[in-house]
Design a protein around this ligand. Structure first.
Ligand SMILES: *Cc1c(COP(=O)(O)O)cnc(C)c1O
Length: 400
């Protein structure tokens, strides 16, 4: 499992998380940064304004508070620059806008976060960009899909809802050889468990709404780019006029301090529940990359330093009987007390969702029973298992 306590001779990740970001002595000794709100920034004279020769020029271009978060994320991702957005979805879509033009072709993993696909099929299509989807297991075989006008390859690993792994290094090598920009949604692992840029990815995106926030009360997206892609990305963002708020940046920076220990707890509890589910006769399969039984386990073990707290399982149902499977899923979820029924994840509380995979084109989900996604929160595992037992009893009572 992940050794979070020492990363190869360097200081441990939790020590790092406690000290990255703002400089207390630059803030009169206060440990945390000030929340610098603002639109207008005053210049001392005409010359300074005309040459924009001071660090801060206008609120949309960054504040000391948002910079403190960007500096911290750059250290975690190993990136040249980081942009802040008001949601994780914006963090996924803006880099696509920055690098794709009319007539271009993009390759996107089929097991992608569904709203990213919707963006491609609506806005990008309207702008004349064609998106083609590929199987997450494609590896170097992606070369056969690359055309002269292929400009970008978008990855996400593990997959949303079904958790397939991707050989990020192999795909990035091939894509770069053909001059494509490689982007990756790294929300599940966070930079603590996977650093995309170390594996050849150009731009790593993250819904900070999830683990960096950790408390289900903030929406934020982060985009971290290498030096080669930074200028074009930053220029596009300035044209779009998007930015994140200093108050939210402060809260995410606060969340980072405990993210290491929270993730370690999520990981341990989720694996405990995953093993427990795998041993049950009313569970057909458990989709969790850290389980040796999972098809992508070797890739996960090779590349990732840990696993977070979100995974899925297939509840025993009847192959192809969608009505029965839907009723079993509903009974299971409605019987739960500690598991809330809601979108998103990464907070302290457990969640359960009956997953919809109707948008998949190439990598279809399991059909032998309903797929239930769990976010294992910070509650005590024994209570969560007792809660799930109630769900299993309710599902078993549903018959054809
Ligand atoms: C939640 C999520 C997003 C979007 O984040 P929001 O802040 O909810 O817009 C993007 N990608 C993945 C993989 C996610 O899980």
């Amino acid at each position: 499992m992940a050794d979070n306590h020492n990363s190869g001779g360097k200081i441990g990740i939790n020590t790092h998380l406690a000290h990255i970001g703002p400089d207390p002595h630059g803030n009169q000794g206060f440990v945390n940064p000030s929340i610098q709100r603002g639109s207008t920034v005053l210049f001392p004279d005409h010359h300074t304004m005309k040459t924009e020769s001071q660090k801060y020029t206008y609120g949309t271009h960054g504040t000391p508070t948002t910079d403190a978060l960007c500096d911290a994320i750059n250290q975690l991702e190993g990136s040249h620059g980081t942009l802040i957005f008001s949601s994780g979805l914006a963090a996924v879509t803006v880099p696509l806008l920055a690098f794709l033009s009319a007539g271009d072709h993009m390759l996107m993993v089929d097991s992608v976060y569904a709203p990213a696909r919707r963006f491609c099929e609506t806005e990008l299509k309207r702008f004349g960009v064609e998106t083609e989807y590929f199987d997450p297991a494609i590896g170097e075989g992606i070369e056969a899909l690359i055309r002269p006008n292929t400009k970008l390859v978008h990855l996400e690993a593990p997959a949303s809802n079904t958790f397939e792994m991707i050989d990020v290094g192999a795909i990035s090598r091939v894509a770069k050889r053909h001059g494509c920009v490689v982007t990756m949604d790294n929300t599940w692992a966070t930079p603590l468990y996977f650093r995309p840029l170390d594996h050849g990815v150009d731009i790593s995106m993250h819904a900070a709404t999830k683990y960096p926030s950790g408390h289900s009360d903030i929406l934020m997206g982060l985009v971290s780019a290498n030096k080669e892609t930074w200028d074009q990305l930053d220029a596009c963002n300035r044209n779009l006029g998007l930015c994140g708020s200093p108050d939210d940046a402060y809260m995410i920076l606060r969340g980072l301090r405990t993210m290491g220990i929270r993730l370690a707890h999520h990981e341990k509890s989720a694996l405990d529940v995953a093993h427990w589910l795998e041993a049950r006769s009313d569970v057909l399969s458990v989709l969790h990359p850290a389980l040796p039984s999972f098809p992508g386990h070797d890739l996960w073990k090779r590349d990732f330093k840990g696993a977070s707290g979100v995974f899925s399982f297939v509840l025993k149902g009847e192959e192809g009987n969608t009505d029965l499977n839907r009723r079993k899923a509903a009974a299971f979820i409605d019987a739960l007390t500690f598991f809330g029924l809601g979108y998103s994840w990464g907070g302290y509380e457990s969640l359960a969702v009956h997953v919809y995979l109707g948008d998949r084109r190439i990598r279809k989900g399991p059909t032998d029973g309903p797929l239930i996604r769990l976010q294992i929160g910070l509650e005590d595992v024994a209570d969560l298992k007792a809660d799930l037992e109630k769900g299993f009893a309710a599902a078993a009572a549903v018959t054809a």
